[in-house]
Design a protein around this ligand. Structure first.
Ligand SMILES: Cc1cc2nc3c(=O)[nH]c(=O)nc-3n(C[C@H](O)[C@H](O)[C@H](O)COP(=O)(O)OP(=O)(O)OC[C@H]3O[C@@H](n4cnc5c(N)ncnc54)[C@H](O)[C@@H]3O)c2cc1C
Length: 264
């Protein structure tokens, strides 16, 4: 079973700061980590490899320093790591990011012969859109299941999975190859072993540019983005409001009165 895991390096904080002039994330001075949801994707890939054999290839689109995220994934048990890095990728929206990653995956498939599963996190803790995984599946014309909380069975080139919903979960079956985005309920990521850390230190990280993956530079990064950040702002603080205190019946009457006066 050949598994590809897409990971993103993100700031180690949810307090993401934005440059008001460029509308881009301020990354300076902020420690970077692997997007927490992607840790579950890496762990699941390694568990699948342990169950079914095969290889785990981890990819990230990012600046050169994203290499450290790939080394961490190797220390957890990934076999190969590819950094997709080029100035042309900068400032990309989710469409451009998914386009870039899908080209890299096509190159991996060409070189390896095939892949069975692509794993992504549910969403990134900085961009937070949850669009990249589904976007990759759309570009590659693959079936996808989002919010996967358990991969129950893989048999006869089909996978049966549980997808988390607000009420519980759905059980879905899909043919392979396919793409899953995973939630944190799926597993408990392992700590890297000493052997893993040694391997990660000396592992060769492959770097691919836009030219290497055969993508049109006008279809990636800022140039290829279909969306534009027009304005970034904090939502206005809510004003104090009004507290209604008293017997329930009394409070309901007051509330109805207030609502009526608000409508009028
Ligand atoms: C309109 C718009 C404009 C933007 N402009 C800018 C900008 O100018 N500058 C800027 O820094 N950011 C910008 N962003 C953010 C940037 O586009 C996103 O960070 C990026 O496209 C990934 O989307 P996301 O963070 O929402 O990931 P999600 O879709 O939430 O991520 C889901 C999963 O996809 C995978 N994934 C996501 N990104 C990567 C990656 N790079 N490599 C490998 N796997 C990945 C991971 O598995 C991740 O868990 C913009 C976003 C939008 C919506």
């Amino acid at each position: 079973m050949n598994i590809i895991v897409c990971i993103k390096q993100v700031p180690e904080t949810t307090d993401v700061r934005i440059n008001p002039e460029t509308n881009t994330l301020i990354r300076d001075g902020v420690k970077s980590i692997i997007n927490p949801f992607d840790m579950y994707a890496i762990e699941e890939a390694v568990r699948l490899k342990e169950r079914f054999g095969g290889t785990v290839t981890v990819i990230t689109m990012g600046p050169p320093q994203a290499e450290s995220a790939l080394r961490e994934a190797i220390s957890m048990g990934a076999d190969e790591a590819i950094l997709i890095s080029d100035k042309a990728f900068a400032g990309g929206d989710t469409w451009a990011t998914a386009n870039t990653l899908s080209h890299a995956i096509q190159k991996i498939a060409k070189e390896k012969g095939s892949f069975d599963i692509i794993l992504c996190g549910k969403q990134a803790s900085d961009g937070d859109t949850a669009q990249v995984g589904p976007g990759i599946a759309a570009f590659l014309d693959l079936p996808q299941v989002t919010y996967v909380k358990k991969i129950e069975e893989i048999k006869n080139q089909k996978a049966r999975v549980e997808r988390m919903t607000e009420e519980g979960f759905d059980i879905l079956e899909t043919p392979l190859p396919c793409l899953f985005t995973v939630v944190k309920e799926i597993n408990e990521p392992r700590l890297p072993s000493l052997k893993g850390m040694m391997r990660a230190k000396s592992a060769k990280i492959i770097t691919w540019t836009a030219k290497d993956i055969g993508v049109d530079a006008q279809q990636v990064g800022l140039a290829g983005s279909r969306t534009t950040v027009v304005k970034i702002f904090h939502p206005p603080q809510r004003s104090g409001g009004q507290k209604l205190v008293g017997e329930p019946a009394e409070v309901v009457d007051k509330l109805v009165e207030l609502l009526k006066s608000d409508i009028v």
